[in-house]
Write a protein that binds this ligand. Structure first.
Ligand code: UD1
Length: 458
């Protein structure tokens, strides 16, 4: 079922939970994968289109549930939005509401990112506090403090953030803002808000993630004056108005990293394009430490040549250019099959190790202490019914399933569908053996239901 904007409605989006993914492991993969546009860039770039009162064409937009939800939020604000393949046309000449609907915002943390553009365009924004992945508390205090430094009056009442700009012009004012932590979302919120502010804004200790640079480039393509994106100091000189643009989103470095790990864990040679190899420096370094070779076949094409064995290594997640937290779960799946002991330390999000229990169900030997996971390599994983607990945890379970003996059945696929475009189609084309079937149509998920009930009682 679709809305008048050609987007599936919220009810249809939850149907993924009525299905399970069955994977029969130990089938070697081979071939080439096309990497989609970056989810996290797409989400903020769609929000940033609210800054522009003219047509914006955004290309290489991945067809994902999260992206559709973001489009639905814009549509609910009265913005014209049309999706044709991987092209999104947005016209925010009229924004008829300043309040985002709770039903949509609660399903997608990134929806909070519209607060900056709405405030910059309308001088007012009312956004319910966000939901999203269950990977920690994920506050928005840094976003709010940044907007307050730019002159916004921000109150949180009954779970809704009310933000206003006072004064006759209702225009934010440039400010010097130091972030206590280089938050990706807070950097993006402040950067978007500052594009239309009066005067200059400086963000110190800014996030340096490629998605921040992608967003800055999109805003610059609309006439924003932004310097330093990709470094820890970003300067934005406000302009009165932005203009129409046609912009292509970067390839998704986390999807690319996930397919590289698929090659490593199944001992398969896989090539991928388009990619920006510099965005994958930390991921490539860690794969090399595990014994894989990564060959640059062309400036935008990488190939993984697996090692005979998987060597143990230690990983600490950090803000970019450190090792990405969004690749932690996938590497944990890989290291379960390594020779030796590995230590993974998660420093970005608390509560981002919920995949450990599921990997252990498949025969992994992982112990958690605080934000550390000690992984003792085992010689094999065995397929089992498992539950996806968040987006990247789902990817880790798919990877483990590809390498395990026998059949793995993954439940709660809505997490996976939030962030991987056509994952099953891409894996099938590489030779993986997997199938999405209605829950209950397989023996594995019946066992899973009783497991989840049991674990709740525990
Ligand atoms: C973005 C990405 C997500 C990725 C993360 C870190 C999107 C849509 N999502 O999330 O995939 O895992 O960056 O690379 O782009 N924090 C605060 N106060 C705030 C904001 C954040 O304390 O106001 C904390 C968070 O709780 C977390 C850390 O800062 O512990 C990093 O969060 P942040 O960089 O903001 O991540 P997101 O932008 O939410």
């Amino acid at each position: 079922m679709t809305t008048s904007h050609g987007l599936p409605n919220a009810h249809t989006l939850s149907d993924a939970d009525a299905s399970v993914l069955q994977i029969w492991g130990k089938h070697p993969l081979k071939g080439h994968v096309k990497i989609s546009g970056a989810k996290n860039s797409a989400l903020t770039i769609i929000a940033a289109a609210l800054l522009c009162p003219e047509d914006c064409r955004i290309r290489n937009v991945p067809n994902l549930v999260d992206v559709k939800r973001m489009g639905q939020i814009l549509a609910a604000l009265g913005v014209k939005i049309e999706h044709h393949g991987d092209v999104l046309d947005i016209n925010a000449s009229t924004i008829s509401h300043s309040k985002a609907p709770y039903e949509l915002v609660s399903q997608l943390r990134a929806s909070f990112f519209i607060i900056g553009p709405l405030l910059a365009r309308l001088g007012v924004a009312r956004i319910p506090l966000p939901g999203g992945c269950t990977i920690g508390a994920r506050p928005v205090d840094l976003h709010v403090r940044g907007l307050q430094a730019m002159g916004a009056d921000v109150q949180i009442e009954h779970g809704i953030v009310h933000a206003y700009v006072t004064g006759s012009q209702r225009r934010l004012k440039g400010a010097k803002i130091y972030l206590d932590y280089p938050s990706v979302g807070a950097t993006e919120t402040i950067m978007m808000a500052a594009t239309l502010a009066e005067g200059e804004t400086t963000i110190e200790n800014a996030a340096q993630e490629p998605e921040v640079v992608d967003l800055a480039n999109f805003c610059r393509a609309m006439g924003a004056r932004i310097r330093g994106a990709g470094t820890n100091t970003i300067t934005i000189a406000g302009v009165p108005r932005l203009h129409s643009t046609d912009y292509t989103i970067n390839p998704d470095r986390i999807e690319a990293g996930t397919f590289l790990v698929a090659g490593a864990i199944t001992h398969s040679e896989i090539s991928l394009s388009p990619v920006v190899p510099e965005h994958l420096t930390a991921v490539i370094a860690k794969l090399q430490e595990t014994g894989a070779q990564i060959v640059t076949e062309a400036p935008d094409r990488l190939c993984i040549i697996p090692g005979d064995t998987i060597k143990a290594t230690d990983i600490e997640t950090l803000p970019y250019p450190g090792f990405p937290t969004d690749m932690q779960a996938q590497f944990m799946a890989l290291l379960t099959l390594s020779e030796g002991n590995s230590l993974i330390t998660e420093t970005v999000f608390e509560n981002r190790m919920r995949h450990v229990a599921e990997l252990n169900r498949m025969g992994a030997d992982i112990r958690i202490k605080g934000n550390h996971a000690l992984i003792r390599g085992v010689s094999m994983l065995s397929g089992a019914p498992v539950i996806a607990t968040d987006l990247r945890a789902s990817a880790a379970l798919v990877l483990a399933g590809l390498a395990a003996n026998g059949k793995t059945v993954i439940q709660c696929l809505h997490h996976l569908d939030r962030g991987y475009e056509q994952l099953e189609v891409k894996l099938l084309s590489l030779g993986a053996v997997l199938e999405r079937v209605p829950a209950g149509a397989d023996a594995g998920s019946a066992g899973l239901t009783s497991y989840s009930v049991l674990s709740e009682k525990d």
